[in-house]
Design a protein around this ligand. Structure first.
Ligand SMILES: [Zn+2]
Length: 67
């Protein structure tokens, strides 16, 4: 087995459930196809992306700063 570095190729919005997949050929995110068509979500949403995998943002550091 060869360890393979995985880059995020799927992401979904925590606020409006928009779902996107990475289009390697075009080098851009594309709206994913859901069971009932593209999962567009809200066009006015600022999108809080939840990227699948081990990508970790700053987490709970904010709480320490407020203490
Ligand atoms: Zn959103």
């Amino acid at each position: 087995m060869v360890p393979k570095l995985r880059t995020p190729n799927e992401r979904s919005c925590e606020l409006c459930d928009r779902s996107e997949v990475w289009n390697e050929a075009e080098g851009t995110w594309r709206v994913a196809d859901g069971d009932d068509g593209p999962v567009v979500g809200s066009l006015h949403c600022i999108h809080e992306w939840d990227i699948n995998g081990s990508f970790m943002p700053f987490g709970d550091r904010r709480d320490a700063a407020e203490g």
